[in-house]
Design a protein around this ligand. Structure first.
Ligand code: 5AD
Ligand code: SF4
Length: 470
């Protein structure tokens, strides 16, 4: 797949920042502090993109709010992976009619993967007149310019040109997850799994230069971040488009070599490209968490072939066994799709068997959702929604039982955790073990950002409970 690398240079970003300065004068006239609401759907890459939107908005002088009635600008960063997420977005965009009525000058922007699909951009154009600006993932770097155009003209702005995507370095970013940080290492996907819309909306695989990734990681460590997640749709393809001098395993070692106490995680690994070299690097890098998110999607070979996944169930299991040889304490998580077109009950049973055999620590399970333009959307799909739901419920039961058993085996152990924020329960903190398990513990917020030892005292399906060891 020939991809012509498109780099957005520092001078182009500087031009956007000059627009930010002009807009700042406009928005902060008469000493006002304008407010923005940025709402994010979907994956971590979207979270990371929203940090860039917020970075630009902050340069324009905006503060942030969760209240749509207080917001001068609303930006909704959307997801297209399943219909459910799209329905939620459309419902919430529609509901903004109320705030727009109360505040007619409010600017409503919708961006991200959903709008990169032409039929969805059309829908917003024709059925959602309250939306002022629509832009796809490839246009994010020039959000200020698009916003300025929206403000200047009478017409609504739609910037959703098709394309393979670009790499923009140096755009401002407002992070909000300390002590955790997202660090994109690559964008896009070339795999074209037959059910998936991502390659259509996020473009071709393109890797950031290793020196740019390492420089960003260094600055995160210097700024006190303790938990860095390297992001990519398929990190195991990292570097292929750069001539493969540095692959993902090499990159992991480079980030691991940065001095300081912090943890490194990464998402997502495609099983077909998870190499022994990567597993060895994970095992040997002392900062790398022993957690592998290895989406299997299905346990039946015919279904895997139809999904265009590029591995058989046996090959997947071999990879899991190899990973566990390198890391006996490995935490394994996965994604599974139930009800892929044509999947029979017997084929689904193969998924259940594989799940039992692997024993995942946690699973993300999804009912298949047809996506416009994908190959699977035109495959015969005779199973009823009810039958699919029944299989889904069976899978969830098995998944929950296994997770609960795995979690129960932690009780009594003492582990180091990183406290990463308050938990929803008053007086409780949320933290993560080295291999990524969630631990709730009582304690003051002064512990946030610290590594502490906890004794695990209880567990359930989703989390552990612990107490500080003095
Ligand atoms: N329907 C249901 N689930 C999907 N995923 C991707 N596309 C679809 C779809 N069309 C799931 C996969 C992927 C996760 C991010 O979302 O399991 O790994
Ligand atoms: Fe979608 Fe497959 Fe790419 Fe993951 S690897 S983003 S499931 S096409």
């Amino acid at each position: 797949m020939a991809y012509q690398r498109v780099e957005i240079g520092p001078e182009q970003i500087a031009a956007q920042e000059a627009v930010c300065a002009r807009l700042r004068a406009h928005f902060t006239a008469e000493g006002k502090t304008p407010l923005a609401l940025v709402d994010t759907y979907g994956c971590q890459q979207n979270e990371s993109d929203s940090e860039r939107v917020r970075g630009y908005l902050a340069e324009m002088g905006f503060g942030f709010t969760q209240d749509e009635f207080a917001a001068d600008i609303v930006v909704i960063n959307t997801c297209a992976v399943r219909e459910h997420a799209e329905m939620r977005v459309l419902g919430n965009v529609g509901a903004l009619g109320h705030s727009k009525k109360a505040k007619p000058e409010q600017i409503i922007c919708v961006c991200g993967c959903m709008v990169q699909q032409p039929h969805m951009a059309d829908k917003l154009k024709h059925s959602y007149p309250i939306v002022n600006l629509v832009f796809g993932p490839h246009e994010l770097w020039r959000f200020p310019e698009l916003l300025e155009r929206t403000l200047a003209g009478k017409k609504r702005v739609f910037a959703v040109t098709p394309g393979d995507g670009n790499i923009a370095e140096g755009a401002p970013r407002q992070r909000d997850g300390w002590p955790k940080a997202w660090l994109s290492v690559m964008y896009g996907c070339n795999n074209f799994c037959s059910y998936c819309v991502v390659p259509y909306v996020r473009g071709r695989e393109r890797s950031r230069r290793p020196e740019d990734v390492v420089a960003e990681a260094r600055s995160l460590v210097a700024a006190g971040y303790k938990d860095i997640t390297l992001l990519g749709q398929n990190v195991n393809s990292y570097g292929k488009d750069l001539g493969a001098q540095t692959d993902f395993a090499d990159l992991l070692r480079m980030v691991n070599a940065i001095p300081g106490k912090f943890r490194i995680r990464f998402m997502t690994s495609h099983p077909k490209d998870a190499t022994e070299k990567l597993l060895r690097a994970m095992a040997e890098c002392e900062k790398c968490t022993h957690h592998l998110h290895l989406p299997v999607q299905a346990g039946n070979d015919r279904v895997l072939r139809e999904m265009n996944r590029g591995y058989t169930a046996a090959q997947y299991l071999e990879k899991v066994a190899l990973a566990r040889r390198y890391m006996p304490d490995l935490v394994l998580t996965t994604d599974i799709i139930v009800g892929f077109p044509g999947e029979t009950d017997a084929e689904f049973d193969d998924t259940l068997r594989l799940v039992e055999q692997v024993g995942y620590d946690a699973m993300f399970t999804f009912l298949y959702s047809p996506r416009v333009g994908t190959r699977a959307a035109s495959m015969p799909d005779p199973m009823t929604r009810q039958e699919k739901q029944r299989n889904f419920d069976r899978l969830l039961e098995v998944a929950n039982r296994i997770s609960a058993e795995k979690h129960a085996s932690y009780v009594g152990r003492t582990l180091e955790v990183l406290v990463d924020g308050p938990s929803r329960e008053a007086g409780m903190l949320s933290s993560r073990t080295m291999n990524g398990r969630l631990v709730h513990l009582p304690g003051g917020e002064d512990l946030i950002g610290q590594f502490v030892d906890v004794k695990i005292t209880g567990s359930n399906t989703w989390a552990l409970r612990g107490e500080l060891v003095k």
